[in-house]
Design a protein around this ligand. Structure first.
Ligand SMILES: [Zn+2]
Length: 634
């Protein structure tokens, strides 16, 4: 059934974040790369709830602080210094990064500010050692045209990227600060996008503009989208950190579906006569009901001294278990909240029971214990009493929001495009000036210089890929949307390898290797370049490329020549090949005499089985024909 998004009043705004490829970080000289090795040093900090100037504290941050959350930061000497550790003030703003942002601003008709002022934006999750993120506005306004529609750009900002989370256990949160301080451009559109498909196209179009500059970092996680979505009567939901461009439209589609189903649930609750006042804070200890239970989750919790608590949700029968998105129910949303605010591992609700080892008799006793009627649902959790009460408190809050409709939340994406609860939406971004960084004037001179060196626009680039390299449109688009656009052009110019082979290898071959589990992100540009140089020099046949790349992905420090040696894929000399061909033809003398020249195909197959990867097909064919003619005396 087609959804009429216009009628639903869908509004989507995108914030695209892309790491820039600069020689050093935004406020220091550290190398902007991520390290895979063990950290050279670590340090501990307490999470502080940061206050706005108005004195309000973010409830989620305060809650985490009260839990005694501690941060373990991991660092290395090459990627981190005292600036990232917040032991030294930041250095001047990286002018290389500013120039890249100015390039994008001019490409999108966005008006650069006269003076760039670095600001501090409160960050509450520990991903910045300072408790804030440094950000500055580079330009305002602008637009891009996507499929004939003008999409307004609100602003372009330059920010420092945050530390990346590497683990969490109990109260300890682990962050690696190598990513902290890597320059990040943020391009925000106005909320003018009106369908999931359009959201995907706009994200793709902005991604292309970023890539044609040739100045952005590549690989998973270097581009991240925040998607802001609302529908009429729904609420603004912010979905943070979508990493794949092709997931954006799915995320929008599912969010609209989720909000619509939540509105349906609201209508049903109202029809059943529920008001928020009916939702009572009555948490019952029902441990007795489960004293003999076969439910593994409850048993193991009770073994550790846990109790079972239940909450009656009047008129919610059938609604807690109602699906909002594939595999996600209202009950899932309640469980997300219970985990976040109560630290429990999950919950059970009567819409899904009896199941999980909980029997019908236990459900009946449970209903009786909390006085639940047939129209009511019951939610239960098992843990230490305080956690149970915190968890059920959060469930009650989520239930009361269901009476209102859609809660305003910050959510995170799941790999399939559905989303999960992250935290309540913070108030408007709290910003104050960063007094440690001197403002930067954007002179007309500087702008003129940037204007003279603007890259081709994506459309021009696409046409040129088609004409200059003779690619078909589909392949040209694939290479335009890949991380290897520049590498493709460089290799196609410096070798005689057919550009279509280069393009297919850099897109389809790498993708299919990745699907097979090969760590293609480990391959360096040097690895890839050498492979094509080897083909160019006649050291390697194209059929061997997937094997060579697979080997190199496991040995990225090695050279293509070493890969060829290790895999015994060196090309045979013409003499050696001739000996093999002649031998095979002789072996099949009877067949050859019987079929004459028609035996070429069969004989080639026999030879290729022996020399695959070590000889070109054309060469084998020529030699087989020659040997056959010799034998037949033709
Ligand atoms: Zn540094």
């Amino acid at each position: 059934m087609a959804v009429n998004y216009r009628e639903l009043g869908l509004k989507v705004g995108l914030e695209i974040h892309q790491e820039l490829a600069t020689s050093h970080k935004l406020f220091c000289d550290c190398s902007p790369r991520l390290f895979r090795e063990e950290p050279e040093y670590t340090f501990l900090r307490r999470l502080r709830p940061t206050q706005s100037e108005m004195g309000e504290v973010d409830p989620a941050a305060l809650f985490e602080f009260q839990q005694g959350k501690t941060l373990l930061y991991e660092a290395s000497r090459e990627t981190d210094c005292l600036v990232e550790m917040d032991e030294e003030p930041p250095g001047p703003l990286n002018s290389e990064a500013v120039d890249i942002c100015l390039v994008l601003a001019l490409m999108m008709g966005s008006r650069p500010v006269d003076e760039i002022h670095v600001m501090r934006k409160t960050v509450i999750d520990g991903s910045n050692t300072t408790g804030f993120q440094r950000t500055c506005v580079i330009s305002l306004g602008g637009e891009i045209t996507v499929d004939g529609k003008r999409v307004t750009i609100e602003q372009i900002c330059l920010e420092e990227d945050a530390a990346r989370k590497t683990g969490e256990s109990g109260v300890l949160m682990q962050y690696r600060i190598d990513r902290l301080g890597i320059p990040l451009i943020e391009i925000s559109t106005a909320p003018v996008i009106t369908s999931p498909e359009e959201a995907g196209s706009v994200a793709l179009a902005i991604g292309r503009m970023l890539r044609v500059t040739g100045r952005v970092r590549r690989g998973l996680g270097t581009i991240r989208q925040d998607v802001n979505i609302s529908i009429k009567e729904g609420a603004l939901t912010e979905i943070k950190g979508v990493q794949q461009l092709d997931l954006v439209s799915k995320v929008v589609e599912y969010e609209v579906q989720r909000q619509r189903r939540l509105l349906d649930i609201r209508e049903e609750l109202r029809r059943r006569g529920l008001t928020k006042e009916n939702l009572q804070e009555e948490f019952s200890d029902v441990t007795e009901v489960f004293s003999e239970t076969k439910c593994q989750v409850i048993r193991s919790s009770m073994k550790k001294g846990g109790r079972v608590y239940a909450l009656r949700l009047p008129h919610f029968a059938g609604l807690v278990g109602r699906e909002l998105c594939p595999g996600r129910r209202l009950g899932t949303e309640m469980a997300d909240r219970a985990r976040f605010w109560g630290g429990v591992s999950g919950l059970f609700h009567t819409d899904e029971l009896p199941s999980y080892g909980i029997t019908a008799e236990e459900v009946a006793k449970l209903r009786e214990a909390v006085g639940a009627g047939g129209d009511d649902a019951v939610v239960l959790v098992s843990s230490e009493p305080q956690k149970c009460r915190d968890a059920l408190q959060a469930v009650l809050k989520r239930a009361s929001e269901a009476v209102e409709g859609v809660p305003s939340e910050t959510r995170g994406p799941n790999p399939d495009g559905t989303t999960h609860y992250m935290r309540p939406r913070p108030g408007a971004a709290r910003m104050y000036p960063e007094t440690d960084v001197v403002p930067v004037t954007v002179t007309p001179n500087r702008l003129e210089k940037v204007r003279r060196s603007l890259p081709e626009m994506p459309e021009e680039k696409l046409s040129r890929l088609i004409t200059e390299f003779n690619l078909n449109r589909k392949l040209a688009l694939q290479i335009l949307d890949s991380d290897y656009l520049d590498l493709f052009e460089a290799i196609s110019r410096e070798t005689k390898v057919p550009p279509s082979l280069v393009a297919v290898t850099l897109t389809e071959t790498l993708k299919s290797l990745e699907r097979e589990g090969v760590k293609v992100e480990a391959l360096t540009e040097e690895n890839l370049r050498e492979v094509f140089l080897s083909i160019d020099k006649g050291l390697l046949v194209k059929e061997s490329v997937p094997d060579i790349l697979t080997w190199l992905a496991n040995n990225p420090e090695a050279s293509a020549l070493e890969a060829i040696k290790a895999l015994r894929l060196e090309l045979l000399s013409q003499e050696a090949l001739w000996e093999i061909v002649r031998g095979k033809v002789k072996e099949n003398e009877e067949l050859a005499k019987r079929m004459g020249l028609r035996a070429v195909g069969t004989l080639m197959g026999a030879v290729m089985r022996e020399v695959r990867g070590r000889a070109r097909v054309e060469d084998v064919q020529g030699l087989v024909e020659k040997a056959l003619k010799e034998m037949l005396g033709a």
